[in-house]
Design a protein around this ligand. Structure first.
Ligand code: NAD
Length: 503
């Protein structure tokens, strides 16, 4: 039996089980269908086959979940942090125990290749452990004594929060948002993406098996325009942590305005990777390929614009095209596969529309530019060369395995091109000149920058974007800043010397 057949066989019982039960909501500790009895279907982008029917929720389901989160909040907030820490570690244990199942289901639901998804499940567990360990210090503050007061600060959890996640790496992203919220002492209503709802269901089962009290974490499935919108408008939901498209972020900000929602946004990107001619070009080539073609290019931090110095551009682009053509596109459960199918037919069509745009705009398609096969949502890893930064293919987020290469001659030009974008999520700089690296990164408009490296996440560091790429930061203590309220308490240390009126 091939490794692919073995993985398909391992997936089969999970597929049969979810097909039978459907993907239910989870409210106040109980799996429930949508109150109105509505459903939608989730399918696999591998072959468009049916996976399961999914609860199609509306504002009444969101209200039930928000009420459950509100009711569970005081006890969760007041639970000793050491106990919350123990439960979050138990969730991480549960994720590790079911990592293979999670990876297989995620691949089938999203089309992401197993070689990356097996690590994503473990990253999810690492997120829980990281924030579990920080739970006991989440409330710590400072002592800021003044001549008449002992001023102390403390933090308290903000209350029930809404978490809305996208479809690209749904399991990892859900853990990334939910773990710090729970560690801070907040309760949660999670609305996963309608295109990949499966592993969010597994995750909440793991959490409650690990001893998470009912109502602390609630799951509501449905469309963005109804369930998502209702969550952002609900008066008992104190904050919204959202990962998704920039235009959805704008909509959520408007929807949340009447209830003064605190928002945290991780949005889109059109991230530059800048390769100077003095760089280690072999490593730069590997990194450029990895950061656009891994995870099907459906990755917010992908380096989708290559800025390459003209002195090395011919050779660099030739090598890139050869390697892009050699990337193995195939079934995501085949361990050899590097690029799987895109999430959905509509998304494949959107990605493929960029091929026509590239031709119309006068760029060269140096690799790919085609669909792969007649079934499933596969496209060939694609490279556009001879592009300029004013072209649509250099401006719009394509969110697929599609790289746009733009040439520059001077450092100043590279910086102008890099910053000439609506987005500001990540930037990658390749140069052997450390002074230039310092100078360039100082002026590059991006929330996260790597020099001579691909994107390597270190959980204590801040994660987030500038400009249209986001508001706020996750990671380390930054996550707690969002999920908690900062309080100041001033206690008089002597005569309060209060001015006397009306004497
Ligand atoms: P999307 O914005 O279409 O959807 C994301 C989520 O928002 C889904 O759950 C959806 O149902 C919900 N939603 C849609 N409309 C809503 C509304 N009006 N009110 C409330 N919720 C609503 O994004 P997507 O297509 O699922 O994901 C791809 C996008 O996510 C890309 O732009 C990508 O760059 C971005 N992304 C960003 C990061 C980051 O960390 N910056 C990480 C991953 C993905």
């Amino acid at each position: 039996m091939s490794a692919l057949d073995e993985n398909i066989a391992k997936l089969a019982p999970h597929l049969a089980r979810i097909g039978k039960s459907g993907i239910l909501n989870h409210i106040a500790g109980k799996p429930v269908p949508a109150a109105a009895g509505a459903w939608f279907d989730t399918t696999s982008p591998i072959d468009d086959s049916h996976i399961a029917r999914v609860a199609r929720s509306d504002a009444s389901d969101i209200d039930a979940a928000a009420q459950a989160a509100k009711a569970a909040f005081p006890a969760w907030r007041d639970m000793p942090a050491a106990e919350r820490k123990r439960i979050l570690h138990a969730i991480a244990d549960g994720i590790e125990a079911r990592a293979e199942e999670i990876a297989l289901c995620e691949c089938h639901d999203t089309g992401q290749a197993l070689r990356f998804m097996s690590k994503a499940a473990l990253r999810g567990a690492a997120n829980f452990r990281f924030f579990a360990d920080r739970a006991p210090s989440a409330r710590d503050g400072q002592a800021l004594p003044s001549p008449t007061l002992m001023n102390i600060t403390t933090r308290v959890p903000i209350g029930p929060v809404g978490i809305i996640t996208p479809w690209n790496t749904p399991f990892m992203l859900s853990t990334w948002k939910i773990a710090p919220a729970l560690a801070a002492g907040c309760t949660v209503v999670h609305k996963p993406a309608e295109l990949s709802p499966w592993t969010a269901r597994i995750l909440i089962d793991i959490a409650e098996d690990a001893g998470l009290p009912p109502g602390v974490w609630n799951l509501v499935n449905g469309m963005g325009e109804d369930a998502g919108r209702a969550l952002t408008e609900h008066p008992d939901i104190r904050a919204i942590a959202f990962v998704g498209e920039s235009k959805t972020g704008s909509a959520i900000m408007a929807q949340g305005a009447p209830t003064l929602k605190r928002v945290h946004f991780e949005l889109g990107g059109k991230n530059p990777v800048i390769v100077f001619d003095d760089a280690d070009l072999d490593s730069a080539l590997d990194a450029v390929l990895f950061m656009i073609y891994s995870l099907n290019g459906e990755r917010c931090t992908s380096s989708s614009r290559l800025l390459v110095q003209d002195t090395i551009a011919d050779d660099f682009e030739t090598q890139l095209a050869a390697r892009a053509k050699a990337i193995r596109v195939g079934h995501p459960l085949d361990p050899a596969t590097e690029v799987g199918p895109l999430i959905h037919e509509a998304h494949r069509k959107k990605v493929m529309a960029s091929f026509d745009t590239a031709r119309t705009e006068g760029a060269t398609i140096a690799a790919g530019g085609t669909r792969v096969g007649d079934t499933g949502q596969f496209v060939a890893p694609t490279l556009f060369t001879h592009a300029t930064n004013d072209m649509t293919i250099a401006r719009d987020e394509i969110f697929g395995p599609v790289l746009t290469s733009i040439r520059f001659s001077t450092e100043e030009q590279a910086l102008n091109i890099a910053n000439d974008t609506a987005y500001g999520l990540t930037g990658y700089v390749w140069t052997a000149d450390v002074t230039r690296a310092m100078r360039f990164t100082e002026q590059l408009e991006a929330g996260m920058i790597w020099v001579n490296s691909a994107n390597v996440r270190h959980l204590p560091t801040p994660f987030g974007g500038m400009k249209a790429s986001g508001i706020g930061r996750d990671g380390g203590d930054w996550s707690f800043e969002f999920y908690m309220e900062q309080k100041h308490i001033g206690i008089a240390t002597g005569d309060p010397k209060i001015p006397r009126l009306g004497t």
